[in-house]
Design a binder for this molecule. Structure first.
Ligand code: GRF
Length: 204
């Protein structure tokens, strides 16, 4: 299976997925990086990993439909079967999500449905929660909303700063995202309504 990672920024999750695939922990290839920010750090990571990258700059597109048409062209060209959003700071249209139904994953740095949005780590820290975490979920038409594939907690200690919490969250993300992608690649789970359940419910 060919996987495309969509990212807009730093790209540490891109690197974690690429490393998992390279080490044979995924029966899949990270075949493409799709990036919407011309000078994003993730582009250097793709170059270093030898993974093809395309920059599709929305400012150079005639609206969202054109932007997504260009992305879909690249996905077809690289025979992409699964999309992993990893810090991709843009909502995909309902039409795009429908076209790739249950084939788009996202990672979010909080325990959804708590702390949706762009600064989940900062928001959770400011709120004073004692536990936050990481969620990997399928993408649907709403932001940070689709069925949850994996979720794990991170304790917030009294000594934590926002920065130290961020380090803990990212460390967990880099383990959890490859695990979640592996469940999908190996067809171990399926979606039933809002629930992600075992693909073989009677096998224990
Ligand atoms: C991660 O915290 C992810 O959960 C969120 O965006 C961040 C991307 O980080 N969606 P990186 O670019 O993978 O380092």
């Amino acid at each position: 299976m060919n996987i495309a990672v969509f990212a807009s920024g730093r790209g540490s999750n891109f690197t974690a997925l690429a490393a998992a695939a390279r080490k044979g922990r995924l029966k899949a290839r990270i075949a493409l990086l799709v990036c919407d920010v011309p000078r994003a750090g993730v582009l250097a990571r793709a170059r270093a990993a030898g993974i093809p990258a395309v920059v599709i700059d929305p400012k150079r597109c005639a609206g969202r439909a054109d932007f997504e048409r260009k992305i879909i062209g690249q996905l077809k060209r690289h025979a992409i079967g699964l999309i992993a959003l990893a810090g991709f700071m843009r909502m995909l249209s309902p039409a795009f999500v429908r076209q790739y139904k249950n084939r788009i994953l996202n990672i979010h740095p909080a325990l959804l449905p708590a702390f949706k949005g762009k600064d989940a780590i900062g928001d959770a820290f400011a709120y004073g929660v004692k536990v936050t975490g990481v969620t990997v979920h399928f993408v649907d038409e709403l932001m940070d909303h689709g069925p949850v594939i994996l979720q794990q907690p991170v304790a917030v200690s009294p000594k934590d700063t926002r920065a130290s919490l961020e380090v803990k969250i990212h460390r967990l993300e880099h383990r959890l995202y490859p695990q979640a992608v592996r469940l999908i690649v190996d067809k171990k789970v399926r979606v039933r309504g809002r629930k992600v359940v075992s693909a073989r419910p009677f096998s224990g």
